[in-house]
Ligand binder design. Structure first.
Ligand SMILES: Cc1cc2nc3c(=O)[nH]c(=O)nc-3n(C[C@H](O)[C@H](O)[C@H](O)COP(=O)(O)OP(=O)(O)OC[C@H]3O[C@@H](n4cnc5c(N)ncnc54)[C@H](O)[C@@H]3O)c2cc1C
Length: 408
């Protein structure tokens, strides 16, 4: 190995954030080194509900991701008690396993960058208060100093890069909800597959259809339940999942593939995203509860935004002002989803017996819908005053079904 290797950009972490950035910067002609301590394909702690597929298209990997036989899910069903509301989605959703998705992204990144797997970044190199490279250790335990104009931390929510540069944290809230999930084969399917969400006892159950006959099942539970659940995860998970409407029967012939995975929760915060010689993207820069399934999309969004910033720097704009602008835009784009997610979790509650009973009676009564459906959007607009994205995303979805703003 060359002791004095140097690159334009070193990216630490090669999953959705790191690999996508390596593709984009490599396409700009930058000399990029992409490093990960893992070897791929490998799994990571994450479910993988993806409804924003435009980024995969722009990275030219959508076809390959879908080629494993993933179902295109065009409907969504929300259960409350023994009732449910179901409708079409403006665009389809896919649920690719992370080992599959991340390996395809990494393969693409190889076309545009130098990739090193099983290579861990141990520390940063500094020159007069500015980051100028990294020290790596490879699988044989050999250490190497590698230099770069920029070191990008795409190393996940527990980012070492963020810790070493002491990146400021803001909008912080501690983890709110533990999540458990697993992969099942043989769950009795719906006639037409739908992403299913169960609002039950203040928990969120989810069923994400993957390939034919295979589903990702999960539950966001109450914080106090985590310790007991993890004492015997499969037994407790299945007992809780069977309480969800219809799932006792639908799980009868199902079998768990692998094990139930659990996390006490994700931190909720933004980190300062740049400094002298360093930049953070993906979960290293911004992390939140996974209930709204936005993390992967947000990681891609940051990569595309940062690639634009690099283009501006290449064209001669000053690094500091470009990155200041980058962070401003990043926060503007991430904040609405962050507020939406926190509001969703904070407002989750155990519905009273009366509330569930009334919902069930109303859900099945056409005269009720005839009366209230026309004014539901006004009601939502009022209820969602503090979380504009909730109303806006409904309007955007409605536009795909023919909604036109009045007076236009
Ligand atoms: C339970 C759960 C469910 C989720 N469900 C969804 C969902 O349905 N939809 C969705 O969009 N998002 C979901 N998310 C969020 C999503 O997983 C993350 O937002 C996404 O993985 C962030 O990607 P990333 O590339 O920033 O970081 P990561 O995926 O965390 O990758 C970081 C990489 O950095 C590497 N690394 C770390 N340190 C070093 C080092 N020192 N040297 C070298 N390499 C290093 C690691 O090996 C790793 O490969 C979920 C998260 C959780 C926890």
């Amino acid at each position: 190995m060359n002791e004095m290797e140097s690159f334009d950009v070193i990216i630490v972490g090669a999953r959705v954030a790191g690999s996508s950035l390596a593709v984009l910067l490599g396409k700009q002609g930058k000399k990029v080194l992409l490093i990960d301590k893992a070897s791929f394909p490998s799994d990571t702690l994450s479910t993988h509900h993806m409804s924003h597929l435009d980024y995969l298209k722009r990275l030219d990997v959508l076809e390959e991701v879908e080629a494993s036989g993933l179902r295109k899910i065009e409907r969504m069903r929300t259960h409350v008690g023994e009732s449910f509301v179901e409708g079409p989605r403006a665009s389809y959703t896919i649920i690719p396993r992370r080992d599959h998705l991340d390996a395809i992204l990494l393969h693409k990144a190889r076309q545009y960058s130098d990739v090193r797997e099983q290579c861990s970044v141990r520390e940063l190199l500094w020159d007069d208060g500015e980051v100028c490279g990294v020290v790596t250790r490879d699988r044989e335990g050999r250490e190497q100093r590698i230099f770069a104009d920029w070191v990008v931390g795409a190393d996940g929510k527990n980012s070492n890069i963020a810790r070493w540069v002491d990146a400021e944290i803001y909008h912080a809230e501690p983890p709110l909800r533990p999540v458990l999930y697993g992969y099942y084969e043989g769950v009795k399917p719906l006639e037409r597959p739908a992403t299913e969400i169960f609002l039950h006892e203040g928990r969120i159950g989810f069923l994400f259809p993957m390939e034919e006959g295979r589903d990702c099942l999960g539950i966001e539970i109450h914080p106090g339940e985590f310790k007991d659940m993890m004492a015997s995860p499969r037994e407790h998970f299945e007992a809780m999942y069977r309480q969800l409407y219809g799932m006792d029967e639908r799980l009868r012939d199902a079998s768990l593939q692998g094990k139930i995975i659990g996390t006490p929760g994700m931190p909720n915060h933004f980190r300062q995203s740049y400094g002298k010689g360093w930049i953070l993207i993906g979960d290293a820069a911004h992390s939140k509860d996974p209930s709204t399934g936005l993390g992967i999309n947000d990681a891609f969004m940051q990569s595309f935004l940062l690639a634009e910033a690099f283009e501006k720097m290449e064209a001669g704009a000053g690094g500091k002002s470009v990155l200041q602008e980058y962070q401003k835009k990043r926060d503007q784009q991430l904040l609405p989803g962050f507020q939406l997610t926190l509001d969703y979790i904070h407002s989750l509650k155990k519905w009273t017996q009366n509330e569930v009973a009334l919902f069930q009676a109303m859900a099945s009564n056409p005269m009720v819908w005839n009366k209230i459906a026309p004014s539901l959007s006004n009601h939502l607009k009022k209820e969602a005053e503090d979380i504009p994205l909730l109303y806006q995303s409904v309007i955007m979805e409605a536009e795909a079904f023919g909604y036109r703003k009045e007076g236009e």
